[in-house]
Structures are given as C-alpha cells and as structure tokens.
Design a protein around this ligand. Structure first.
Ligand SMILES: Cc1ncc(COP(=O)(O)O)c(C=O)c1O
Length: 371
C-alpha cells in the first residue's frame, strides 16, 4: 500500500459536482475579481469564525503583511513571532520593512512560549504574531495580556487553524487581526493561492480593503498606500462550497487523530491537545529521537511523511546570515530534530491509517526500542 501525504484529487472527486457548478457560475457571470462571490464568502467566513468582518486577500503571507501595515508597523519596528513557524510568517514582517524577533516554543503545545515572548518585548516592538501551529491555537490569553500591558497589537497567524477553538472561541476571532491561508492543502483550501483577514472593527476592515486594492476608495480615487492583493471570484466560489464541509472535515481529522493516538501511544510521543483548546489537526506531528531512521523506514514502507519544519526560522541561512538569530531557541531546535508529520486528511481511509500505524510499529518492533 502507498499512503501519500495528502490527496487533493480524492477530495475534489467527493465535491466535484458542486465545485464545477460554482466555477461555471463565475465563468458565466463574466466577473472575475472582487465581486459577489468574494463578498458572499467574506460574510460567510466572518460568521463562521465569529468575527465581524473578513477581508479576502491573495494569500496567507499577504494577510499577515497587510495586517502588519494596518496595525501601523513601519520600517525599523520589531515584531515578535514564533521561532518554529513556517517561513512566510517572518517573510511578512520583512515585507513590512520590520525586524522579526523570535521567541522559543513551549514543549507542551509546540506553540510560542508566552513567558519567553515577554522577554523579547522592547520599546521597538510594534506587533506580536502568535502562530496556531499544526491546527492548535497558541496560548492566546497570556499572549494578549502581555500585548495589552505593552499596548501592542496581536496578529494571530491562524493559517493552519481554520475552525480551531480557544476557550470556545474560533481561531481568528480573539486577536486584533486573524490571518488565514487557503493554500490548497490547508483544512480549508482553495484551488490556487488565497487568504483572508478577520477583524472585529470596521475601521480596520476598511483599511485592509484599501491596502489590498491600490489604496483605491472608489474608481481612480487613491486615498492610501496599497498593493494588489485581491482575491479572484473563482477561488471565492470554491471556498464557499468547501466552507460548508469544513466542520465535517475537521471532525474526520480529529477521528483519525484518535486512531493514531490509540494505536501509536508508547511508540512515539503524541501531540497534546491542551485543556480549553480544540485542535483541528492540520498536521499530526509525532516526536521520536529516532526520527530520521523512522522517516526512512516509513518511506520504504510506502508512507509519505514531512518534517514541519527541519530548521527554526532564525536558523535558516537567510535569517541567520542577516542577524535575525538573536536569542536562544533550545526547544525549537530540539523539536526540529525529533518531529515528524504523519499523513492526515479527511479522505484518508481507516485502512490507510491502520497501515501508517502498523508501519510505525514495525519500525520499533524490529529495533526492540521505543521513541
Ligand atoms: C503558519 C503559516 N503562516 C503563513 C503561511 C503563508 O500562507 P500562504 O502560503 O498562503 O502565503 C503559511 C502557509 O504555508 C503557514 O502555514
């Protein structure tokens, strides 16, 4: 048996009729950028997240970049984020002309450690970006308390956490800005690049609408700086179909995570769902000191795995060479040597999940050792 890391064709075939009809509707309309589909999706997604507004943009990176601009971040400012995130979180900070400052992770939930975050706050800190890594919200209450104490806005990177809950509230509704990516492999994925920002006040939403469209208030009336970060109608129409399935798909991911946890406990260290949080398992990340050998064994057995991420961002060549390796990232470094993401997506069959588990177990049985 071969188990791919994701299988987007399987998902498409399960929703083909609805998706094809929605794309045909856009093609027939002759309206392709920022039209009725985008507007409708913005309303539906804001309501799904429990936020007042959603503003669609062209990617998750752009969502973070425009949020930083709307939060007033300027050249020379510092922005604190997680050391163990996807590189685009930090790229967005560089796009805004600011300096990314990294804080180490907590070993419990792999998210930014609020205590270490506070140690990085200086007079130059003008935003904090906690990342809801792998589908579980960061510990947002202490992060927000630190931010409030220092009057710094919080931009939640929820690019991996569509539908995740923190104290019964959805990711994207708890901070000043919630940033989402709809990259095709995400829990809610478009058929191309796409993103959105959720906010709770109209003034921020309006700023973001200007920023994504050349600062244009009405046709050829440019009232602020802006870029082209618009979403197209086809992606919005696809996202509207998929949003209706998101909760069911997330439940399927959670069910698979239970299968993995039941069958793999004792062999590898399992992801922890923290009290008060609902994990949506964008990724199912296990830990093992024998990670490299385990990955090789799984690859030979036909199970695709990925490491998210092999190096903390400040240790990536570009960031290290440009002076962004400032601080200690002992936890993030240790994690990057031990973590392994197993295949998890709603269409993964029970038989495939069982095969993944028996392949992991056969590795340890053969060695007579554990994690
Ligand atoms: C945590 C995180 N932040 C930001 C991004 C950037 O999103 P996009 O690829 O849509 O620009 C991603 C996507 O990979 C991500 O996982």
């Amino acid at each position: 048996m071969r188990v791919p890391f994701v299988n987007l064709k399987k998902q498409y075939s399960s929703i083909k009729a609805e998706v094809d009809a929605s794309i045909a509707r856009v093609l027939d309309s002759g309206n392709f950028i920022l039209g009725g589909e985008v507007e409708a999706f913005e309303k539906e997604f804001a309501s799904y997240c429990g936020a007042k507004h959603a503003v669609c943009v062209s990617s998750g990176t752009e969502a973070l970049y425009l949020s930083l601009l709307a939060a007033g971040v300027k050249r020379g400012d510092e922005v604190i984020t997680a050391a163990n995130t996807a590189v685009p979180t930090a790229t967005a900070v560089l796009m805004a002309g600011a300096t990314p400052v990294f804080a180490d992770a907590s070993e419990k939930d792999f998210n930014i450690d609020p205590g270490l975050l506070e140690k990085q706050v200086t007079k130059k800190t003008k935003a904090i970006i906690p990342v809801d890594l792998y589908g579980q919200c960061a510990d947002l209450t202490p992060v927000r308390e630190i931010a409030e104490k220092h009057s710094i806005p919080v931009i939640e990177d929820a690019c991996q956490a569509h539908g995740a809950l923190y104290e019964s509230r959805k990711a994207g509704s708890l901070c000043d800005f919630g940033c989402f990516s709809f990259y095709p492999t995400k829990n809610l994925g478009a058929y191309g690049d796409a993103g959105a920002i959720t906010v709770n006040d109209e003034e921020k939403a309006e700023k973001l609408r200007l920023l994504r469209n050349y600062g244009q208030k009405s046709r050829y009336e440019h009232v602020s700086f802006g870029v082209n970060s618009r979403l197209d109608e086809i992606q919005a129409a696809v996202l509207r179909v998929k949003l209706r399935k998101l909760d069911g798909w997330n439940e399927q991911r959670r069910k698979l995570s239970r299968t993995y946890s039941e069958k793999l406990g004792g062999a590898v260290s399992l992801p922890l769902e923290m009290p008060g949080r609902k994990h949506v398992f964008h990724l199912f990340v296990v830990r093992s000191k024998l990670r490299n050998a385990l990955q090789e064994h799984l690859s030979k057995a036909g199970v695709a795995t990925i490491i998210h991420y092999p190096l903390p961002v400040p240790m990536q060549p570009y960031f290290a060479q440009n002076g962004f390796f400032r601080g200690s990232f002992a936890v993030a470094s240790k994690l990057s040597g031990e973590i392994l993401s197993l295949p998890i997506y709603p269409e993964l069959s029970g038989e495939e999940a069982d095969f993944v588990c028996s392949s992991v177990k056969s590795f340890f049985d053969r060695r007579g050792s554990r994690s």
